[in-house]
Design a protein around this ligand. Sequence first.
Ligand code: MEV
Length: 442
Amino acid sequence: MSKTISGFSKLSKSKKIDWIVETYFSHSKDAERVLKQYWNTDEKLQQLHDEFIENTISNYYLPLGVAPNFQINGKLYTIPMAIEESSVVAAASKAAKFWLDRGGFKATVLSTTKIGQVHFLYDGAPENLKHFFKTVKPKLISASSHITKNMESRGGGVIDIELRDKTNSLKNYYQLHVSFETLDAMGANFINSCLEQFAKTFKEEALVFDGFFKKEKNIQIVMSILSNYVPDCLVRAEVSCKVADLAEGNSISGEAFANKFLQAIAIAEVEPHRAVTHNKGIMNGVDAVVLATGNDFRAIEAGVHAYASKNGSYSSLSHAKVENDIFTFWMEIPLALGTVGGLTGLHPLVKLALELLHKPSAKELMQIVAVAGLAQNFAAIRSLITTGIQQGHMKMHLLNILNQFEANEAEKAILTEHFKTQTVSYSAVSDALANLRVKIDD
Ligand code: MEV
């Protein structure tokens, strides 16, 4: 039975577990055992993880896999991916190998501007506000110099502050729309600290501004926060090859493959139901690398999907064309990533993942992540238009099914061999395992 509790966060970790086990698991030692099974024996490492968030009771594992053979702008990478879905790493590796033999991936960072906004209400004449903004803008910048100093010395900082009139959408609603360059940091803390300082200075200065009538002085700050919509923090990933070269490994000709591929993309461009799944496939690759490198995958997801709707209807992020007998497949996606700050220097596996990627700059990581997304998308479409998705998917899922049936190592080896030539399904695996066990019993 659920019940409420006050002061939960103040309890020790073991008392928290006692309460969970007592309240939700009828005092079962089994629940406690499962939670503790995932604790790290290295106490310092465990404490590090405990302190990432509040109310930690255990660790939640995801597999960390690697996809080798990615050639990006002529450089080879083995890409770390943290993901639970069985076929994703295999698909990425397959796509990497396919394009390795065809010149590899090209990636370009198109822009790196991030956005933050101070949302406020102002009840008065717009010209007076514009006049105030012009007067106060240099003060906003100077009053935040203690926050921006370090970032500026490295070449980043506040790019511009604009006053935006949003009163057509909402009564009395205006914004300070601020653009930032945060270099190798994702920059959330930097941006939010700057914005809160701008808001404070803006409000204080309004109160003493001569050009305002009395009621105009009372600017109401609603909130100050970065935006995860970053259409100007954009990266492009691309592959291309001769149409005939697409044939390899497929049962259809290069030309037929290219035609069907273009058709699949065209469907995702016009049909939101398909576009969502198509883009989900891209995010299989993107999220896995974002997570492995300690970045905020929720921010990336939100920003990327908003970008997919930028023309008013949800559409495919990737595109393809054939021109002069050359097949080109590409996408542009917004990615605000960091390779310093946040978890990047704290989580040992994140550090390792970044080292594996040759300690990339944020720009380089944008390229790697975008390429992982494009590769994933290529692999998915390739399967969808040739063998169908289930063949590869179920092959990779076979071990999960066998584990569900608690197959031992010998059974796994025999059935993995058996299913190399048979269609994998839950019931087929169940039957095959039952047959095998009967045979062994006999
Ligand atoms: C599954 O995780 C992803 C796919 O559905 C993507 C797609 O349909 O393009 C295979």
